[in-house]
Design a protein around this ligand. Structure first.
Ligand code: G6P
Length: 613
């Protein structure tokens, strides 16, 4: 899983594409940052030059002085290593034996070992351990047999099995960039006197707002004034497929905050309001609820944070519609898809709409005849395109690798869906439904009040917590998925081990680790009348072993005993509690990361969009 970008321009319109290539790639760094590389046709000499190395884009650009070059066209890559260690030889672009054809690739070529063996027999010399390099040699091989390079390109594509988004630059055709997409995302950005390619929209937003989302199996080439797309040998008329994006560039940049993660946490009140208004004014939720109403079995899936949103949905669906939704982690789909059929519906929650595990779950259920509902933040991404119905969140682009604002917008969309099904099922009366929908309008307010009430104390908490190697985050009922999400955030960005459990379960094992000073955080959700006593008992159990106990709760938990620190975040009832209790845990994770000198926007070993199984 990686990011790729490519630009080709008429030199009279864009004298040098290098700044576009470097900036475009930097916006893709969230997709992986083990290594980076550039291949471009130098202005004047018209030669293909390649610079690549392990490390972050800035380091690679600086060490080779990449920005000092002038280019008329180029391709670039930021890598998240799958085949081969993250080092210089394995960094993309990869070249053919004659060093005239350069390729960048996102995805995995499943049959690369056989292809490599065959190419070696044909006399090709390989430099790297990557699956990608076989494509460069295949292109070289077929370009000797075919009358033109495009025919060679098509022939090479037919040999590839697996997932790929690729871009290819050939020294002999300096203003043409070849591309192909299968499973891994790739889009074309249409400019005036230039055209570009990228793995996502934000990386192209400073240059254009007009895009074509490529479908699986499509390939072709771009030139400064031409776009050619084919599928299975037939030309595609792409003009009707142009999407114009209205996000502002500012939306995709840091807006004065030191990190995207903090900016995105702070944006939650606004994006919750925007998502709310969007959900109110569209038919997405109503249509999706009808699909659910017509099925016997409801499954819901996602990966990482999106899975936690799925767990929140299961809670609300039971509470508001008296229905069972079976949640599962996307990569574990086989156990569940086996039990699905035309009587089932699967809700696939995916911020990016590209996570391969979620996509595979979707496809397995679809094959069985299940109806598919997507909840996604990215218009035109693969999961929505393969679903029967999509509910879009309106969080805007999320750049921080760890999901923050998208979680609560997913929760909001899924709560709407639960309410609507509750209405259809007759569990809620029209007026109860209306009141609850009205209450949800305050989701953004709940987030903002809570941020205000908890920010100071979190800064103080971090002083002690940053010295810990491990912590627990415990909750009951609705508090359980919120605790899972909090622990995931702490792990992802601060690298402190944080584990979440249902508080009741903590004495069935986890408590064995508790010794004096061990931090245990409680997430105390409503209704306090119902949960107070039990949580109180769990806090006492931890306190008795010397744990350092912290409670984040809605109003009603002020008088809890045994908690060293109690942070209450406002008077929020059951449908609003997630919006109030999630931001403090996100802020805690963020502050811990910063205090420990970690980069919260780009945690080690992680990538934002995971397109490998
Ligand atoms: C990656 C990201 C997580 C995210 C998960 C699912 O692991 O690092 O932050 O929650 O993918 O992503 P999706 O785009 O499907 O919601």
């Amino acid at each position: 899983m990686c990011g790729i970008v490519g630009v080709t321009a008429d030199p009279d319109q864009v004298p040098n594409v290098m700044p576009m290539l470097v900036q475009g790639l930097k916006r893709l760094e969230y997709r992986g940052y083990d290594s980076a590389g550039f291949a471009f046709i130098e202005c004047g000499s018209q030669k293909l030059l390649v610079f690549k190395n392990k490390g972050r884009i800035d380091d690679v650009v600086r060490s080779y002085g990449v920005s000092t070059y002038c280019a008329i066209s180029g391709i670039a890559h930021t890598r998240w290593a799958t085949h081969g260690a993250p080092n210089q030889v394995n960094a993309h672009p990869h070249l053919d034996c004659n060093k005239k054809i350069a390729i960048v690739h996102n995805g995995i070529i499943k049959n690369f070992a056989e292809l490599r063996e065959w190419l070696v027999e044909q006399g090709h010399r390989f430099e790297s351990d990557t699956d990608t390099e076989v494509i460069a040699h295949l292109l070289e091989h077929f370009s000797r047999e075919e009358r033109d390079f495009f025919s060679a390109f098509k022939k090479a594509l037919r040999m590839l099995e697996g997932a790929y988004a690729i871009a290819v630059l050939h020294e002999d055709e300096p203003l043409r960039i070849y591309f192909a997409r299968n499973i891994s995302p790739l889009l074309i950005g249409l400019g005036i006197g230039f055209n570009m390619l990228s793995s996502d929209i934000p990386s192209m937003l400073p240059y254009t707002r007009r895009f074509i989302v490529l479908n699986d199996g499509e390939y072709g080439y771009i030139e400064p004034y031409r776009v050619h797309i084919e599928k299975e040998g037939r030309s595609i008329d792409w003009r009707a497929r142009i999407t114009t994006i209205t996000w502002s560039l500012e939306d995709a940049e840091k807006g004065g905050y030191p990190h995207y993660m903090l900016k995105e946490i702070m944006e939650q009140p606004r994006v919750l309001y925007e998502t709310y208004m969007g959900l109110l004014s569209s038919r997405e939720v109503e249509d999706a609820a009808k699909i659910l109403a017509d099925t016997d079995k409801i499954f819901i899936t996602g990966a990482g944070t999106s899975y936690h949103a799925s767990l929140v949905f299961t809670y609300y669906l039971s509470l508001l519609a008296r229905e069972l939704a079976i949640p599962f982690i996307a990569s574990e789909y086989s156990t569940y898809s086996r039990l699905s059929g035309s009587d089932s519906a699967l809700i696939v929650v995916s911020q990016s709409g590209e996570t391969i595990d979620s996509l595979q779950a979707l496809r397995a259920f679809k094959k069985k005849g299940a109806k598919i509902i997507a909840v996604s933040n990215v218009i035109g991404s693969t999961i929505p395109r393969e679903s029967d119905k999509t509910i879009y969140t309106r969080a805007g682009p999320e750049i921080g690798v760890a999901a923050t604002k998208t979680f609560l917008t997913q929760v909001l969309a899924l709560t709407f869906l639960s309410l609507r099904l509750g209405l259809i099922r007759g569990v809620l009366t029209q007026s109860e439904y209306k009141d609850l929908v009205n209450e949800l309008k305050r989701a953004g307010e709940a987030a903002s009040v809570s941020i205000e009430k908890s920010s100071r104390i979190i800064e103080r908490l971090v002083i002690g917590l940053k010295k810990s190697n491990s912590m627990y985050i415990l909750g009951r009922e609705l508090g359980v998925p919120l605790a899972y999400e909090g622990a995931l955030k702490v792990k992802e960005v601060s690298y402190i081990h944080a584990e979440a459990y249902p508080a009741g379960e903590s004495k069935h094992g986890p408590i064995a680790l508790v010794e004096p000073g061990f931090p245990v955080i409680f997430v105390a959700t409503p209704p306090a009348e119902h949960l107070f006593e039990k949580l109180q008992g769990n806090i006492m159990e931890m306190k008795a072993r010397g744990a350092s106990t912290i409670l984040f709760g809605v109003d009603g938990y002020e008088d809890v005993k045994g908690a060293d620190i109690v942070v209450t975040v406002g008077p929020w009832g059951e449908v609003l509690a997630p919006y109030a209790l999630t931001p403090p845990l996100q802020l805690l994770a963020y502050r811990l990361a910063v205090a420990l000198g970690r980069d919260p926007d780009k945690p080690r070993n992680l990538a934002k969009t995971v397109t490998v199984e």
